[in-house]
Design a protein around this ligand. Structure first.
Ligand code: ATP
Length: 754
């Protein structure tokens, strides 16, 4: 690199320059420019005197400098090479050895027991399938071969006859006869006669003796064996009578989707198709080409290429053209995943090209699906990345925001994490699903608080729960401070530890608060503001105190997501969104600019999103797929574990408590409704029950009544218009008298029938 600067005429410089002149090292060349205007004028005049023009004099001077010739010592501008000399440049040999990356001795699939067992399972399954496929078609193959047996027999007979009588020499003998070449003809026929004699001598004993003997022996064998030998003979004859273009086994058991190997040529061609000027420059006839610092290798179910992009081109430049890149690679979009390498410079691209579209690739089952428990202080399984590697999330000391447009897998992703939390028996769960579709219903049986519906009642209940959590924060903080004062070793980092969380006397157990469709809460005209403030405070303070807030929204904008929440949340999962604003609202400022763009996902990329804040670099993850029945089975397990640990509480306990209540709840409730009361709010009914029969229903809240009515088949999530304590008319959750009356009539009928 060359740097120009003006030179002051002082002695220090002169000394320095003299030093350089005294030892003009090969790599430290000094180029000098005339700096004074009069000097260059002088040059021009001299040049003109010698027949040149002033402009060409200037050009020539510049040319001289570029060619690096030393010019007059008196001239005053200087250009010096700033690169250090070759010797002594960069890290030493040992330093380089120390920093060098060691490539794995064994391929990854051999070095991990898990991957090895997966590979073995795959190979076993593959060959078992092929064997089964062909076994099922055996009768068809046998019939085909038998039908070909006559042709096979004819072929063998005619082939033998042609061999014995030397049919292959016939054209030569005919040609000799046509040419009337008597000597040649005689030589050929004599040779043929000798051949035929020998071959007849070999064949006749076989035909006359061998065949009858074989028939005799075969018929003399036990029936079964004779049959087997005959069948084998027929099949062999059938094989001899086969057609080359009509094989007996027409197709393969497994049709492999052959994916083209990723080569540097293919990658270069794809990069050149992106329309990036710097790439085109290096790809041009005089360009240096694209640099591949490591060989292209197989990585999981795909290929990985590490690429040094040309100077000035960054990974986001490529990521934003992912679609064009996929077209250049001739691969489906869901197979092409350009990423940056966090440990390298901004132009190091890691391009992973999968064999299969991520959305269609078979995903392994969620590890906790059938068995196992979770520990919220440890990473809990969430899903897989584009290479099929497991992605786990540590929820403790974190908060999570999930955002996406409707219907791309937001609730499924949230549910997987809540199921994991449910499997940690210590965790208190407060779950609010503000859409009202019951997507999180499976978690009701383990939840301390549960609400479902977009109505004011549920939104208010969510706010009430947040208020409680906020108050609980104070208690938790006081406990931590007290413990730290008593024994610093108990709280080394002034935050909840697994040991403290396990102590039921402290109240520092993990507390998971989840709000699905949280825009209903934050944009609520009455409760939204307070809810936003509480959520922000919980996110800021709750982390160290064991409180985990998980929010999911399909409308990530300023009104629906308070900036305090979007700015402070630690882990973010963004599935498909429409544009930059939603992307950055969920994933954080500048993420779109840095190439982390959830807007590049397509409608079929269900459950796939960018996960930010979980690892050093943004990850692409697909949440594990757990459907409703599977989720129900998991929460049954979770409930049993909680029952055993004595940690069932609140709403979940209400369910059990009501199971033990005298079975007169529908009748009791009906008797409390006025004659004209067709509908009633659940909370009103709960209050009346508690007031009328305090011993039986004294502890009933609206949620507990909902849970208690569920086994009777009475739904309490209907919208009921009523007047609140301030005299305002509003909609809240409730039930219809008609539903209740129907159930009571049915119960009476059964009772009478005995
Ligand atoms: N990980 C996944 N793998 C495969 N399919 C998935 C996955 N996650 C979700 N889906 C599919 O996507 C559909 C929509 O998922 P989900 O209900 O979670 O969407 P949503 O974003 O919450 O929608 P809405 O905003 O309307 O509630 C599901 O019915 C499911 O079939």
């Amino acid at each position: 690199m060359i740097n120009q600067h003006s030179e002051h005429h002082d002695h220090e410089y002169d000394d320095h320059r003299d030093e350089q002149r005294a030892e003009p090292g090969e790599h430290a060349r000094v180029y000098e420019f005339p700096s004074k205007r009069e000097d260059s004028t002088q040059d021009k005049t001299d040049y003109e005197r010698n027949g040149g023009t002033a402009e060409s004099a200037e050009r020539d001077t510049a040319g001289e400098v570029l060619e690096g010739e030393l010019v007059d010592e008196d001239e005053q501008n200087i250009t010096s090479q700033v690169d250090p000399p070759e010797s002594g440049r960069g890290p030493s040999f040992w330093e380089r050895l120390n920093q060098a990356e060691r490539r794995a001795i064994l391929p990854t699939w051999l070095s991990s027991r898990n991957q090895l067992s997966q590979a073995a399972k795959w190979a076993g399954g593959h060959y078992a399938h092929a064997a089964g496929y062909h076994a099922a078609r055996c009768p068809v193959y046998a019939a085909k071969l038998a039908s070909q047996a006559p042709r096979g027999t004819a072929r063998i007979i005619s082939g033998t006859a042609r061999w014995v009588f030397d049919a292959e020499g016939q054209p030569l003998r005919s040609a000799a006869a046509r040419r009337e070449d008597a000597a040649e003809y005689l030589r050929l026929t004599t040779q043929r006669d000798a051949r035929v004699r020998t071959r007849l001598a070999l064949t006749l004993p076989v035909l006359l003796g061998g065949l009858p003997l074989t028939v005799f022996l075969v018929t003399g064998l036990p029936m079964l064996l004779t049959g087997a030998v005959m069948a084998g003979l027929v099949l062999a004859l059938g094989a001899a009578g086969g057609h080359r273009d009509k094989p007996v086994v027409p197709g393969r058991a497994v049709v492999s989707t052959q994916v083209a190997k990723l080569t540097s040529d293919i990658v270069e061609r794809a990069l050149a198709s992106l329309g990036i000027a710097e790439i085109n420059k290096v790809m041009g006839p005089r360009g240096s080409g694209i640099a591949f610092p490591k060989p292209i290798t197989r990585d999981g179910p795909g290929w990985r290429a590490d690429i040094d992009l040309p100077h000035g081109v960054t990974v986001p430049d490529i990521v934003e053209r992912r679609e064009k890149l996929a077209s250049g690679l001739r691969r489906p979009l869901g197979c092409v995943w350009p990423e940056s390498d966090g440990t390298e410079h901004a132009g190091r691209l890691v391009l992973w090209v999968g064999d299969q579209d991520m959305a269609q690739a078979k995903q392994p089952a969620w590890p906790l699906l059938k068995k196992g428990t979770a520990d919220l202080f440890q990473p809990v399984p969430f899903g897989t990345d584009q290479r099929g590697r497991p992605v786990a999330i540590t929820l403790m000391y974190a908060n999570l925001l999930i955002g996406a447009m409707p219907g791309v897998g937001k609730t499924f992703a949230l549910r997987v994490l809540l199921l994991a939390a449910a499997l940690d028996a210590r965790a208190e769960m407060r779950i609010f699903e503000l859409k009202g579709t019951g997507d999180l219903e499976s978690l009701e049986k383990v939840a301390h608080h549960y609400g479902s519906g977009p109505d004011d009642g549920t939104v208010e209940a969510t706010l009430e729960s947040l208020r409680e959590v906020y108050q609980d924060l104070e208690k938790r903080a006081a406990t931590i401070t007290r413990l730290a004062r008593e024994n610093k070793a108990l709280v080394p980092e002034n935050k909840v530890t697994p040991e403290l969380a396990a102590r039921s006397d402290l109240g520092l157990h993990p507390l998971v608060v989840a709000v699905d469709e949280c825009q209903e809460l934050f944009s609520h005209p009455e409760f939204g503001k307070e809810a936003g403030e509480l959520a922000t405070a919980i996110i800021k303070r709750g982390r160290a105190l064991g409180v985990i807030l998980i929010l999911a929204t399909q409308r990530p904008d300023k009104d629906s997501l308070p900036t305090g929440v979007s700015a402070n949340v630690g882990i973010r999962f963004c599935l498909r969104v429409m544009g930059q604003m939603e992307n950055d609202m969920v994933l954080g400022t500048s993420m779109y600019k840095n190439g982390v763009r959830a807007s590049t996902f397509t409608a079929k990329d269900k459950g796939i999103g960018y996960l930010v804040g979980n690892a050093d670099d943004p990850q692409i993850a697909r949440s594990a797929y757990v459907d409703n029945p599977a989720a129900d089975a998991i929460t049954d397990r979770a409930r049993a574990a909680r029952h055993a640990a004595g940690t069932l509480s609140g709403h979940a306990l209400g369910q059990t408590t009501t199971d033990r209540k005298p079975d007169t709840l529908p009748e009791d409730l009906l008797s409390l409704l006025g004659p004209d009361e067709d509908k009633v709010w659940t909370e009103t009914a709960a209050t009346r029950l508690a007031q009328t029969w305090p011993e039986t229903y004294g502890s009933y809240t609206a949620d507990q009544l909902t849970a208690a009515l569920k086994p009777h088949g009475i739904k309490t999530n209907r919208q009921v218009w009523g007047t609140d304590e301030h005299g305002h008319g509003r909609n809240r959750r409730g039930f219809h008298r008609a539903d209740l009356a129907k159930i009571v009539a049915e119960r009476n009928r059964k009772r009478e029938a005995g």
